[in-house]
Design a protein. Sequence first.
Length: 739
Amino acid sequence: MIELDLEAEKKAIAREYKELLRISYQTLTDSDKKLIRKAFDVAVEAHKDQRRKSGEAYIFHPIGVAKIVASEIGLGPTSIAASLMHDVVEDTDVTIEDIEKMFNPKIAQLVEGLTKISQVKKDMNISMQAENFRKMLLTLNDDVRVILIKIADRLHNMQTMDSMADDKQIKIASETLYIYAPLAHRLGLYNIKTKLEDLGLKYTEPEVYKDIVSKIKETKEEQDEYIKTISDVLKKSMDEEDIEYSIKGRPKSIYSIRRKMAAQNVSFDEVYDKFALRIIYKSNLHEEKFLAWKIYSIVTDHYRPSPSRLRDWISSPKSSGYEALHITVMGPKGRWVEIQVRSERMDEIAEKGYAAHYKYKQGATEESGLDVWLNLLKEALESSETNAVDFVEDFKMNLYAKEIFVFTPKGEIKSLPKGATSLDFAFSIHSEIGVKTRGTRVNGKLVQLNHELKSGDQIEIITSPHQKPSINWLDYVTTSRAKNKIKNVLNEDSKKIAEEGRELLTRKMKHLKITLSESIINDLVNYFKLRTSLDLFYRVGIGAIENQQLKDFAAQKSNTFINFFKNKIKRSPTVIQEDINKQELTKNLDLLVFGKENDKLDYKLSSCCNPIPGDIVFGFITINEGIKVHKKDCPNAISLQSNYAYRIMSAKWINSTQQEFKATLKITGMDSLGLTNELTKVISNNMHVNIQSISLSGEAGIFNGQVAVIVQNNAILKKLIDNIKKIDGVDKVTRVYTN
């Protein structure tokens, strides 16, 4: 009996292999087939003693992955061979060196990239998941095929997950919805993205999934009849115009129906656009656009279009390369219907994404939107400063964002996510231009840095070599590229200030007859209730810790009697750290603020993740308990952020030293040549002061000036006033308080 089973299994494996060659999207030569056969033989031999959870031979999994890579993603023989061997190094004695000897360095490199990804531990909390996601993308290694094969691997695992334990199914399905579906979407693999989302829903919300599937089956006959009615009308007109085409009805994915039901709080029957009609026409490149609009004209002759829902991705393709015309029309029985118009070439790019780009590229020099995106992705990945969860959230936000198209002063077109600002545009041109941005003009008019751009805007960036980003810039931008660069520059500045602060502290402590050693630094950190020595040096550098406070510390230090008892009661500094009252820390040091305006609101810290000052957090508006604050990597974060996005508030702990205040100074003196120049030089030379407005006038030898500056604290303001007083000719500097 077992013999017969094994015989049947061998035949099934051979059938699968032949099917793999038959369905390949690319034409395979004899040498290609030999390469694939060799990889297949290596995989069969390596996995011969392994079985999957379902009991079937393990080799069915690599073949399944290779079939997805060959037909649905459309990659060539190198990728098919790497897919067949993607688990060989991880699970068997075969090494990367063996594969390089048997095949070639390219295949070995792909298998190595896939092995690195698989070696990531499976049971991880969300922030580790995010970190692994970043590591996975780093294996792009100039070859996106590693990620494409990994997506195929994930799809096959999702398709064959029935025999797994429930908790494993939910874990893998959540990760798929969190990471892999957005990634497939961004790489233009819409078919695979839809399958991943539907399978993700099947395991995370099985009851909802089953309910929608059964309702789709119930209404299928009625839907088919409806599609036929519209198709028959359009076919007649298109045949008269001699257009070669095919029309097919495409049901909306189960996941997108579910999302619409949740977002609009409606039942299945109330979701109107549960399907779309797709018209795919034959055309050469020269006539593609003309024919698309001709079909548009035929469709709108019969059915009234909704002008606000016309999407023209033929004139301006999406950055993933997607091209199509989407028309929403009022069909029979008063129902809105989406009709998608695309050529065979556009259809192939939409189905196969990345791989079809190569087939249709007009020359090696042409850089597709995807290549540009991959370069930006690599740049973002290399910014190791970013918190991993933030990275994934930013990545996904920029993935799903609708796009706008704007112009440079020379008329070049740029695509940005909807909601991007003029400062985002500066960073999209080059991060060094972004950092030096002093002002922006949109359509010839000077606008604020946080001005939201609209499609069709033309933007000019004004730069200055002396310009530096401020902490407020993080609120002016929406793209992860801009945020990462601003954070990096601010961190560098903080480190410089901290270095100066350390030197200053050494001198001040020496003056108080204390040598700055490691233990003294630890004592100071504890005394000022800070978290790190960097915090301490930074505060000294910007003048937030004053001389009197250091004198108080020195006085306490010199009282050996108190010191003796302190050591008796609190033996180690770690205990002191832990004993700091959280509320006191929040009140004295860190402040939690909400929204773009940094509002101070009442809140409660959630017990599921216990955030502490300094954690990356968000606010969630509950029904009965006001605002609850959760950590960004809280176990409940994904479900809260995906299911109740409208109740999420941005929140952050702000360092008291990072708050900025406006102060207005009135300056009087004797008008003399060069006084204005000297005054602006003194203010702008001060590292921590920004001029917000300045008005100066001179009359009959008397100079009057009013300057509004932004400073971080009073110590900096005092220092600035002292420096202005030293200018030759200045008589009086007073601070003006406005009601």
